[in-house]
Write a protein that binds this ligand. Structure first.
Ligand code: ADP
Ligand code: ZN
Length: 684
């Protein structure tokens, strides 16, 4: 007997022999200890081969890579040393998903395994007991009378046991209640995964799900300790819980008998992992549902253009909630033209400031978003115009006042600012632009006596710090909450009647074909935090570009109008959903090598790229457009010079073939690091 073992490393499986005495214990999905290089490693049995005479009988699904592996290593197979689990540790369905992810994202099953399973299970480290305490007293769920729209959606979902639904419901229309009911309606032995984009949003979901599911719900996110992750994983695998709520990696929950996956705010970019294994949890969830023949709910107030397009075409089922609960009105949205507005402070218009003061006076809460952390994004010499750039990245450094440092938000390195300009020795150095720290300073000065909190990456490093801020908001211990986009999403605070964006321009000016879509989603989300209780809400959006077309639709809560306009643009340029993209990123140690090698790459590819839409022989498949190589918008990160190629085409398989073809053409090249991003979300 021999087995193919997958380790949590960036590789496909390795083949080992099995000593006779271990044979009875060998099961697909069980962990084993096996010699690896000069040491030992814990891995997973991916498949088993019964060897009889010369024949190899394959007893589980295998990839070509496995077979090659098996053939090549036939001669000297090392033996497995020990089997660590009596029961398969990873269920068969999850192993299949892991394999799918490795292939689809042009990565490896090993790297997918590493992302799917808590590392503690492979290190042999003792995990220890854990105690996860969120809320002391779990409140009982209130029994709600469903609205007609909610009832219709739920009966549609409950009437089938497979298929994909898009629940498109305005902010505050009660989507969470639909998720809860759909899970409750599952057969008793079926489990559910609920994916949320960020921990910051999870806090209130945790309470609502705890109230409804008590002990049978667990939470899974990166803020957990090793011990906690292990405990939660075990509970799921042993069928002790019915629901998991988590971010990205919860899509790999080791349930045996899954019935439903919910993806809340499916359009969120944070479902995509930006390095290493570049998978999208939403798309992985859709693949998992397909593999296991179960249903999926995509929920959103502002669906991705892709999801809405597929809903319109009938590929997925569309359920709409047009009304807020209790027919509450959506907030009035004011777009504030900052080119005309009077200001008493650097970042707040008088209009917004007055509104904030008024709100404070009447004991309501306010939410302010500024999607940039730090104090000032431009620390500039006004004599010569010099700004500080990161020595390792082609990025302007952001001044952080609390630490008095200039920080790079990409690589984490920092400089200490000088009193004299390092370029002209001038002394007139200015802080231009606003980050959350500066906005905090200004708001505190302008409105002394209010209870203020800032929520951004810098204030939420500690475990459960998000949760505490959300709790304080709920308990009305905070009057004004200011933060990056993490304040905009998901929260349900009935006493927030005012929400505001300090600088809409940050979102509008991203160099990405999705920037308008993202901006609309973000502003709609933020506006949607206001007026969820009995008192109607208002939203103020400050911008230097008030005539931008996005605002016409944000102002009128007109997602469909926006879709109509935007989908035409996408069609003209043949961007998703009318095509698929695949991005190949090349990184080099020096600018010179980059220039030289890219020229060669370009020549080799150009020679073989077919004229569209013809098929080419042994070259890049027809219908695939090759854009680049071109310098990436951020040319240098962590001392690596970056170029990219973007492949565009209708057929996912042809796209991957094209990528393989290109990689094949350049595999002899040295001094180059290559990353592949299938369905990229970030083009920087
Ligand atoms: P969404 O996710 O669509 O923004 P939520 O699910 O957060 O909306 O619901 C908004 C609020 O309305 C929550 O406080 C929720 O408890 C409440 N709610 C949901 N459904 C009902 C209902 N049928 N009757 C009364 N309140 C409801
Ligand atoms: Zn840097």
């Amino acid at each position: 007997m021999q087995v193919n073992i997958l380790f949590p490393i960036n590789a496909e499986s390795f083949t080992y022999s099995v000593p006779e005495e271990l044979e009875p214990e060998i099961k697909t999905g069980a962990r084993v200890l096996a010699p690896f290089k000069r040491g030992k490693k814990v891995g997973i049995i991916q498949s088993i081969e019964q060897t009889r005479g010369h024949k190899t009988v394959v007893s589980s699904q295998k990839t070509d890579a496995d077979l090659n592996n098996g053939l090549r290593k036939k001669i000297i197979l090392k033996p497995v040393e020990a089997v660590l689990d009596d029961e398969p540790f990873i269920p068969e369905n999850l192993l299949q998903l892991i394999q799918w992810v490795g292939q689809y994202y042009m990565s490896t099953s090993g790297l997918a395994l590493k992302n799917a399973v808590p590392s503690a299970f492979f290190t042999g480290k003792k995990a220890g007991k854990s105690r996860i305490v969120y809320d002391e007293e779990v409140k009982k769920a209130k029994a709600l009378d469903l609205t007609d729209e909610q009832s219709n959606a739920i009966s549609a979902i409950n009437s089938v046991d497979k298929g994909v639904f898009l629940v498109h419901g305005v902010t505050g229309s009660g989507k969470t209640e639909i998720y809860i009911r759909a899970i409750k309606a599952l057969p008793p032995d079926r489990e559910a995964i609920v994916l949320v984009p960020e921990i910051a949003i999870t806090a209130q979901m945790i309470d609502r799900f705890s109230a409804n599911f008590g002990e049978s719900v667990v939470f899974f996110h990166s803020g957990l300790s090793i011990g906690e992750r292990v405990t939660q994983w075990r509970k799921m695998r042993n069928g002790e819980v019915k629901v998991v709520i988590g971010v990205r990696s919860a899509v790999f929950a080791p349930f045996n008998n899954l019935g439903l996956i919910v993806i809340d705010e499916e359009q969120e970019a944070s479902y995509k992992q930006f390095d290493g294994l570049r998978y999208n949890a939403r798309d992985t969830a859709l693949a998992r549902a397909q593999l296991e023949g179960i249903k999926v709910i995509l929920g959103s107030a502002t669906p991705s253009l892709e999801a809405y397009y597929h809903a319109k075409s009938g590929k997925i089922r569309y359920l709409e909630l047009t009304q807020r609960i209790e027919q509450r009105p959506l907030p009035r949205v004011d777009i504030i033209d900052m080119t005309k507005e009077e200001k008493q402070s650097f970042s707040l218009s008088n209009k917004l400031l007055d509104a904030l003061k008024e709100n404070l006076g009447s004991n309501y809460q306010s939410l302010i978003m500024l999607n940039r952390r730090g104090y000032s994004p431009f620390f500039m010499c006004t004599d010569c115009g010099h700004t500080y750039k990161c020595p390792a990245c082609s990025i302007t450094l952001i001044y952080h006042k609390d630490t008095n440092t200039l920080n790079c938000h990409y690589c984490g390195s920092y400089l200490n600012p000088q009193d004299l300009c390092p370029n002209c020795k001038g002394t007139r150095i200015k802080y231009l632009g606003t980050g959350t720290q500066r906005a905090e300073e200004e708001i505190r000065q302008l409105m002394p006596g209010m209870a203020f909190k800032r929520m951004d990456k810098d204030t939420t490093q500690k475990k459960l710090s998000h949760y505490r801020i959300i709790k304080q908001m709920e308990e009305k211990k905070i009057d004004v909450l200011l933060g990056t986009q993490m304040v905009a999403k998901g929260h349900d605070f009935p006493d927030v009647t005012l929400s505001a964006v300090i600088s809409a321009d940050i979102a509008l000016n991203m160099p990405d074909f999705r920037s308008a879509e993202r901006a609309l989603q973000l502003f709609t989300q933020l506006a949607g935090r206001a007026g969820r209780g009995e008192v109607p809400g208002r939203a103020y959006i400050q911008t230097y570009e008030p005539e931008h077309y996005v605002f016409d639709y944000v102002r009128n809560h007109d997602y469909k109008g926006f879709y109509k306009k935007e989908i035409e643009l996408r069609k003209e340029l043949s961007y998703p959903p009318f095509s698929r993209l695949l991005r190949i990123i090349f990184s080099f140690k020096t600018r010179d090598t980059a220039g030289k090698i890219v020229k060669v790459i370009s020549n080799r590819i150009r020679k073989t790229a077919p004229p569209l839409p013809a098929m080419s022989k042994g070259g890049i498949p027809g219908g695939i457009e090759v854009l680049g190589p071109a310098p990436a918008p951020i040319e240098k990160i962590r001392n690596l010079w970056r170029w990219h190629i973007i492949l565009k085409g209708k057929n996912a398989k042809a796209l991957r073939q094209a990528a393989v073809f290109i990689l094949e053409k350049i595999k002899d090249m040295k001094e180059i690091k290559i990353d592949i991003d299938v369905d990229p979300i970030n083009m920087l």
